[in-house]
Design a protein. Structure first.
Length: 300
């Protein structure tokens, strides 16, 4: 069990549920919290979390009956075809995973137990690290460096489209705009922001969406690798080399066992005040152009 938002969360091992060999836990393991229909929640311990995918339902195929073992409803809801069928992802059914009454009863009992402070105190006596002593970051790469953005600041992670719509007379730091579910999203190339060399577009790149002073903005990064829990005692201040660096990257995570240094960014300072104003104007202008285009098409 762990504590999550002042409540106890029971944990189950996906490896054991699937009958796979048990392995020792390390920093790569992740917990995915799954809400159940009876208002309880369960944490599923996984080997790692690679990425967040948004896919069309048309890419989801039913599981072949032979794989279902003759059951009408199995733990695998369907098979998702990615990259033209070269990559297959099994989509799990959370409800089917927890049809076991033992798991449901355990979740209900834990959810109804009382004082979380007592449990946290017991954790501290036993030397365990509670969630309150950790911070979560979405880790991404630029060139040869790893960066972390606070998970609460990341609204979405989407693929970079084949083409970005360039707007006339837009500032150089704006690479273009994209249509994200009906909303115009200005896109900034983070390599350009950090004075790194440009690279050709590739399938590993992602757009990380943040809201900075009320303006939703996408930032292109080389790749997004994982969601990582970092103990606070592994986080320290970065050496101050410039005023801008101190504003954007004021902390660094030193993970000695993994031989990793992760630069932790403050997303609120990724843009200057005047740049935020420019992005607002750019988004508004793009929306007006889109509206005029739709009106012209309707009149035609």
């Amino acid at each position: 069990m762990v504590t999550l938002r002042n409540r106890l969360l029971p944990l189950v091992s996906l490896r054991e549920m699937f009958g796979l060999p048990a392995v020792a836990l390390d920093d790569r393991n992740k917990i995915v919290v799954v809400p159940l229909p009876d208002q309880t929640s369960v944490g599923i311990v996984m080997d790692t979390v690679k990425e967040v995918l948004r896919v069309s339902r048309s890419m989801l195929d039913p599981v072949p009956s032979l794989m279902r073992g003759g059951k009408a409803h199995g733990e695998i809801l369907g098979i998702c075809r990615l990259n033209g069928g070269k990559r297959l992802v099994s989509v799990l059914s959370a409800e089917a995973l927890f049809e076991n009454e033992v798991v449901r009863c355990a979740a209900a009992n834990v959810d109804s137990e009382g004082n979380v402070e007592d449990v946290m105190a017991a954790d501290q006596v036993g030397g365990a690290i509670t969630l309150a002593e950790e911070e979560q970051f979405v880790v991404f790469r630029l060139a040869d460096e790893e960066y972390g953005a606070p998970i609460d600041s990341v609204q979405e992670i989407v693929r970079v489209p084949d083409t970005l719509t360039r707007l006339p007379k837009a500032p150089s730091f704006i690479k273009g705009v994209v249509n994200l579910r009906g909303a115009v999203l200005p896109v900034v190339d983070q390599r350009t922001r950090f004075d790194l060399d440009d690279i050709e577009r590739n399938d590993r790149q992602r757009i990380m969406v943040f809201t900075i002073e009320g303006v939703r903005t996408g930032f292109i990064v080389d790749s997004v690798s994982e969601v990582l829990k970092i103990p606070r005692n592994a986080i320290g201040p970065t050496p101050v080399l410039s005023e801008e660096q101190a504003r954007i990257i004021s902390r660094v995570a030193n993970l000695e066992k993994q031989k990793r240094m992760i630069l932790l960014i403050d997303t609120d300072h990724l843009l200057e005040k005047h740049e935020i104003t420019t992005l607002e104007e750019t988004s508004g202008g793009a929306r007006q152009r889109a509206a005029v285009g739709e009106l012209s098409s309707a009149n035609a």
